[in-house]
Design a protein around this ligand. Structure first.
Ligand code: MTE
Ligand code: MO
Length: 314
């Protein structure tokens, strides 16, 4: 399946806040366009938990990648570095009940139940591009809410310049955590303006249904203009900090994985080019897609980095 081969997401492809279009009709059309035929197992659930959520701002009108492809090829090193194995092993994680500790430079620290967080943060669907640093990409209909809206409720202090996220540490179930590779638990971070940017999402579902364990249930981050490793899964802690947090992949290989990790076809990974990407679900004969700077979200986010050399701050 070929998604779309060229250039930036047109502004006409991004819905504005007022537009609540007929989401189901579009999704059906998109699924037919992308898969040729509609199978009951692909596309968005009609009856899933989130079947009727409104479509949110910034949702791109792009054909989505097949659900099977997105749920059977996952990066989740706590379970396995093998993408197929991690989808199966992740079933063992218990995701209910779940709570998130909020700490650091914030007026309302504490331990919050996920259910209570969800009461305050109504969900919406957003179709976003997603680009892994390994040079593959997909288009996913995420369900979630803007991270910034949630963070504001905790009242960050003026010293909060960064936000650090931590994945659950549970080596009994997460068997990958019993050995090295990454320094567990997995940690990621954003600058506060990146965290507050309206494109940045906390995700609880996909394809109209709850998030499958392998895709980061019950709560993960999605930052569509950054490489996928920033989009940390199974979050149990959010800490506001004055200094830039040390992050798992950066610690593992600082010359390969920068803190910013903005999608940038002009800056190669030391071991491979970032100029093109394999679209998940496409055939071996499908040409690779040209990678777009900021993954196509430059109109929204380039201003965040206007005074920075992105080759230095990769
Ligand atoms: N906790 C945790 N979060 C993680 C990862 C991981 O191994 N552990 N992998 C990252 C990487 S490299 C990518 S590309 C995305 C993959 O998301 P997906 O499996 O839902 O496609 O998750 C990111 N979040
Ligand atoms: Mo990735």
């Amino acid at each position: 399946m070929l998604i779309k081969t060229k250039s930036n997401i047109l502004s006409s492809e991004i819905t504005d806040r007022a537009v609540f279009e007929s989401r189901r009709e579009f999704i059906k059309a998109a699924t037919i366009f992308s898969a040729g035929i509609m199978l009951p197992s692909s596309g968005h659930a009609e009856t899933g938990k989130y079947a009727d959520v409104p479509i949110g701002p910034y949702s791109a009108k792009l054909p989505v990648t097949g659900r099977e492809d997105v749920t059977s090829y996952t990066n989740y090193y706590e379970f396995s570095s093998n993408k197929k194995d991690s989808t199966v092993l992740a079933r063992a994680l218990k995701t209910k009940p779940w709570s998130v500790e909020v700490a650091g430079e914030v007026e309302k620290p504490g331990v919050y139940n996920l259910e209570d967080i969800l009461k305050d943060n109504p969900v919406q669907e957003r179709i976003y591009r997603f680009r892994c640093v390994e040079a593959w990409s997909m288009v996913v209909p995420w369900i979630g809410f803007p991270l910034g809206e949630m963070l504001k409720r905790f009242k960050p202090t003026s010293k909060a310049k960064f936000v650090e996220f931590t994945t659950i540490y549970n080596p009994e179930v997460m068997i990958g955590q019993r050995s090295g590779g990454l320094d567990w638990p997995y940690v990621e971070g954003l600058r506060i303006d990146e965290a507050m940017h309206p494109l940045t999402m906390m995700v609880t579902g996909m394809y109209g249904d709850e998030l499958p364990n392998q895709n980061g249930a019950p709560l993960r981050l999605i930052v569509p203009w950054k490489y996928g490793f920033k989009s940390i899964k199974a979050i149990v802690k959010i800490r506001f900090t004055e200094n830039m947090p040390e992050t798992a992949w950066h610690k593992n290989a600082p010359n390969e994985y920068g803190f910013y990790a903005n999608v940038n076809p002009e800056v190669s990974h030391p071991r491979w080019s970032q100029s093109r990407e394999r679209v998940l679900g496409s055939s071996l004969f499908t040409p690779k897609r040209d990678t777009e700077k900021f993954n196509g979200y430059g109109a929204e986010v380039a201003a965040l980095y206007s005074d920075m050399d992105l080759k230095q701050y990769f």
